[in-house]
Every structure is written in C-alpha cells, then in structure tokens.
Design a protein. Structure first.
Ligand code: AGP
Length: 615
C-alpha cells in the first residue's frame, strides 16, 4: 500500500529519497513526504505534499531545498490513506513531541485509539488524524539514547500491522526498521544501507537484499546492519541477490508502464516457462520441493488469491480439474479464513499473488497451514512473505510489474497454474504421456502466439475510439474463458472507470440481459472451443436486444453469419486449455486505449494501490 524508503550513507539523502519514491509511487499515491536529518541544522527538514511525488519534488525544487539539504540520513513515504484523509498534515513522516524522532509507516495500528488516549493523558500533542502518529510518541516515551531498544519496547505495545522506518536526531547515522504483516526489505550497498517496502526501489543501488522476517527489527548504519526479534534476541540474517535490473522498472519509451507490460507478455511468458519443460518434453518443477508421492496423495486443491490473481486461480482450477482430475475450489482469500474452511492435510492449497505480500492472501495461507494443509505459492517476488512462508514455490519470473493494473503477471500466473496442473496430472497418473508432451510443446509455442496477437493493437485503437464514450460494458465467455471475461471487465473498470461486468455467457439470460440496450457494448469471447456453438447462440440473444457486439474469434474461423458481431478481433488458433493466454491480450489493450482516450491516469488509477497489505 504505502511506499517506504529509508537511507543512511554518503549520498545526499534527499536525492535517494525522491528518486526512490518515484519508483515506489505505484504502491500508493495519495500524498508523499520526506524527512532528512542534517547535523548542521537545528531541526530535521520535513517536506510533504498532499499530492503525488512529482508535486513533492516540485516543492523541493521551488524551495531551492534540493541542493541545500545536505543530510545523509533520511526517510521518505508515499501514502495510500487508511486512517485520516489524504492531507498534508496526515502525510508521513510523523514526529514525536521533541521533533527529534521521525517515522514512516505502512499498515494499520489497530489499538491506536487506546494508545493515543494514554499518550494524550501523559501530555503528548498530536497533529494528525492518523493511526501512525501514536508510534513516534510511543517511541519517545521509551527513548533513553538507544533508538532500536525504544522501537522494540514501543512495538510490543502495538497491535496490528506495520512496516516502519524511524530515525532520531540523537543518533545521526542510524535508521531503524521493523515489520509485522507488512513488507520491508533492507538493501545492502557498499558503505550505505537502504530500507524499503519494495525491492524495486533498491535495484538501482544494490542487488543484495536482506529479508526481514515477521516481528524483526533492523538497526541500519552505513557500514552494516543488526537484526533482532522484538525481544532483542539476535536473528540470523537471510541475504539474497536479485536478478532484476533497473532498466526493467523504466518505461522504456512507452507512454505508460501498463502498455509496456502488455507488450512484454511474450517475454514474460517465455520467462515463466524457462527450464520448466525437461528434455523429455515433460513439465518439471524442481523448486516446488514437494515430492511426487506427496503430490499424488492430495485429495483436493483449494486456490486462494485476490483480484486478478483470483481470476488466474479460476483458470488454474479448470486446468487442474481437467488434467489432474482433482476437485479444485477457488476462493477469494479475503473470504476464505472467515468461513471455517474445509481444508486439512489432504488439501493442497495454492496461493497466487504477484506481490507475495497481499494481506488477505497471507492470512488465508496461515489459516490453511494451521489446519494442516500444504501450501504452494505462485508469486513474482523472490523473498516475499508468501514465498518464505509457503511449503513450495513456483516463481513467476515475470520481472517487475509497475503498472497498478496487473497484465503480464496475469499471463505468468496462468502459465504457472497450468504448469502445476500438468505436473500434478503427471504425478497422479491422470495424464497420459502423449497428451502431456503435446500440451507442454504447445505451451512452449505460446509466447510466439502472444507476440502475433499483439498485432491487433491498431484495430483495437480504432475500436476504443468507437466505444470510449460507453458508460457500461458486458464481457462474456464460457468454460476456461469465463475467467478471461471477468479479467477483461476488471481491467476496464480499474483503468477507465467504466462500469463493466464479466459473466458466464450462458448466465446472461438469467438476469443481466436486462441491462442490454444499444448503448451497452458486449465483448464476447467466441474463439475455438467445445462450447462455441452455445456461445454463438448467446451472442444472438445479445444482438436481438440491439447491443453492439465486439467478438474475439479464432483466425479464419469466424463462427457468425452476416453482421452478428459489429466488431471482430481475430486471434491465433490454439488449444482451448491455453487460449486464455492469448485471449486476454486484446481485452487488456481495449481497456488501456479506452482509458487513455478518457484521459485516465492509466498507471495509477484512482483509489487503487499495487499491493494491498491491509485486510
Ligand atoms: C489487478 O489489476 C489488481 N490491481 C489487483 O486485483 C491485484 O491483482 C490484487 O490486489 C492481488 O494482488 P497480488 O497478486 O499482488 O496478490
């Protein structure tokens, strides 16, 4: 949700903070702020903006402060508001009464009302409406010249979720970070140390990343770090080297990250499949770490995930049920743990999350593990909480995704789900070797089909012009393309703010058909499929209500007579099981181009954040 960066080292901190906040802004963008500790000034410099990071940068430039803030220790924050409106006074950093302690935070302090009342009674003065502000005051209460000790004591009083970074003017080269149920990592540079919510912010500076565990506190100086638990016990340090490069997190000539990431999908899919089909032509997932006999013994699968990842889970369900002949439920993670779920040691739980930090998904995973289930994570972020806590991992290998609307990671999630289904089918003996080989080979050919599919973009730009004024839209599909209809509708809603619904094509006549009229375009997925004739009948029903139809069809296989569909988009032919990988691309492009024509902020849609680290 919120983006966090802390720095201690030889560089002017303000430059690192502003540059990093630009990279972190996709996590939340209601307001932004920095605090820099400058030993030559009587007080730390604090600059905030109730708008985006660029407004903060402009304010720094206008004040002429960019060049003048010489401090080499600082913290910066970009906010996604939970408690307190997005105003300047509610923007982070927040401070204690002395003005010596400054702090940034992501998460929710659930007992902030009690703590605030107690602190006010002890004479503390509060300036903001945020839950966060209790923490610097609480640290002030316990501060006796050892910031890390005061942070640990204060956090033992805190309930809720936090990732935070704090400094004190009395210990000028030190920053202290801590996390519980919210992401925080440490970048280990040469003579400099960074603490951030997100690896993406750190890759221009260092690839050596120290992973912090739940309830751990890091004391960071330019020359090194110490990690302890909340009771002060030293903790073994887990350091990984990431292979993302800084270029991947740039727009690379595209006007928006979303468009760049749509075009990166052939490469993202190739990366997701890399080393996962062996020389024998069969799927191999060595990093899964779960033996084949164990896989063969599961009696059911439950997928937990949120948003687009949940939709990828529905595609995974179709694949697992067909190839592994295992009952597979798909649950929104936010619902799963509140309904006494029927999972146990016989259930394989598959948790899908791009970020690996989604609070609802992590909570669902912990609940499933508590009930004895084995959890496999499908995630894009090596070292994320999900990757660390799951019993086995399939890394999506899609590279960083910066656009808030998921695109290339959806394709990578589906690919990993299909790989898992093939592997499960093989382990359980429900998939014959010839079918396995044929599907694996076809999967390896899919990146080329995705590249060909992207050639429809000029046609989609034209269509977007025709439909950009629509206030409602309907998306329909059947079977494994029903989830694709859901995803097409979600993309349109997220980036263009047009109301859209995804429906199983056969369900339309059971209610939503009442919404149709000539002003409601219907996007219909009518590519090669077992149920294509049924979908065509459903499209007839739509046309009878005079709603315009945009139909996705297989190249050279237009199933319609006459003008049943007003607009036709042709996509390359492929096996139905793999068709979601191709079919979602034109729908992403349509959402993108409609959003651009409507003047929307495509990469940072209103009210959204890239990873949702609160429940
Ligand atoms: C997708 O476009 C969304 N922004 C959102 O639904 C996202 O997929 C969801 O929040 C889950 O995120 P995750 O994959 O990081 O867990």
């Amino acid at each position: 949700m919120c983006g966090i960066i802390g720095y201690t080292g030889p560089r002017p901190a303000v430059e690192v903070l502003v540059e990093s906040l630009r990279r972190l802004e996709y996590r939340g963008y209601d307001s932004a702020g920095i605090a820099v500790l400058d030993p030559d000034r009587p007080h730390s410099t604090v600059v905030k903006s109730e708008r985006k990071v660029e407004a903060l940068a402009r304010r720094l430039a206008q004040n002429g402060e960019n060049g003048q803030i010489a401090g080499r220790v600082g913290i910066g924050h970009t906010r996604w508001a939970t408690h307190g409106r997005p105003t300047e006074v509610n923007a982070h950093p927040h401070r204690d009464c002395t003005g010596g302690i400054h702090l940034i935070h992501n998460g929710i302090i659930e007992n902030f009302r009690e703590l605030r009342a107690e602190l006010v009674a002890r004479g503390h003065e509060f300036l903001s409406d945020t839950d966060t502000e209790v923490v610097p005051h609480l640290i002030e209460e316990f501060y006796r010249g050892d910031l890390a000790a005061a942070v640990r004591t204060a956090l033992r009083r805190v309930q809720g979720a936090y990732a935070l970074v704090v400094f004190s003017a009395d210990e000028p080269d030190l920053i202290v970070g801590a996390r519980l149920n919210a992401p925080l990592v440490v970048g280990l540079g040469a003579g400099e140390t960074f603490i951030s919510s997100d690896i993406t912010a750190l890759i221009p500076y260092t690839k050596r990343i120290l992973l912090l565990g739940e309830g751990e506190v890091v004391t960071a100086r330019p020359g090194g770090v110490e990690v302890t638990s909340l009771d002060g016990t030293p903790v073994e340090q887990r350091v990984i080297t990431v292979d993302w490069d800084a270029e991947q997190a740039q727009k690379g000539g595209y006007p928006h990250f979303m468009l760049k990431e749509i075009h990166e999908q052939p490469a993202a899919l190739r990366a997701a499949l890399r080393d996962r089909v062996s020389e024998t032509g069969l799927v191999t997932l060595p990093e899964l770490g779960i033996r084949e006999e164990r896989l063969a013994a599961f009696q059911a699968v439950t997928v937990v995930a949120c948003g687009t990842a949940w939709i990828a889970g529905m595609v995974t369900k179709y694949a697992i049920e067909r190839l592994a002949r295992l009952r597979c439920d798909v649950e929104p993670a936010s619902e799963f743990r509140y309904r006494d779920p029927l999972v146990d040691e016989r259930t394989l739980v598959v948790a899908i999350s791009q970020s690996g930090e989604t609070a609802d998904t992590l909570a669902a995973v912990r609940e499933a593990q508590r009930r004895g289930s084995t959890v496999v994570a499908i995630t894009n972020v090596v070292g994320s909480a999900l990757a660390l806590e799951a019993d086995g991992v399939i890394h999506m290998q899609a590279g960083p995704e910066i656009g808030v609307a998921a695109t290339k990671t959806f394709v990578a999630q589906m690919a990993c789900g299909i790989l898992l289904a093939l592997h499960l089918g093989d382990s359980r003996g429900t998939l014959d070797v010839d079918t396995h080989r044929r599907l694996a080979e076809e999967l390896l050919g899919m990146p080329d089909l995705l590249a060909r599919t992207l050639a429809v973009e000029p046609q989609i730009v034209h269509m977007a012009g025709k439909y950009a004024h629509a206030r409602n839209a309907m998306y329909i599909g059947r079977g494994i393309n029903f989830p694709v209809a859901l995803e097409g509708a979600l993309k349109l809603k997220e980036v263009s703010y047009v109301h859209a619904e995804g429906y199983a094509a056969g369900e339309l006549k059971h209610g939503p058909i009442a919404l149709l009229d000539p002003e409601v375009p219907v996007v219909a997925i009518a590519t090669r499929a077992r149920t294509l004739a049924k979908t065509v009948s459903n499209i007839e029903e739509v046309r009878t209500r005079e709603a315009p139809v945009i139909a996705l069809v297989t190249e050279g296989e237009n199933p319609f007579d006459g003008d049943l569909a007003r607009d036709i988009i042709e996509v390359p032919a492929c096996e139905e099981l793999l068709s979601p990988l191709v079919n979602v691309l034109p729908l992403q492009l349509l959402a993108y181009h409609i959003a651009v024509l409507r003047g929307c902020d495509v990469d940072q849609p209103r009210n959204l954040a890239k990873s949702v680290t609160v429940e």
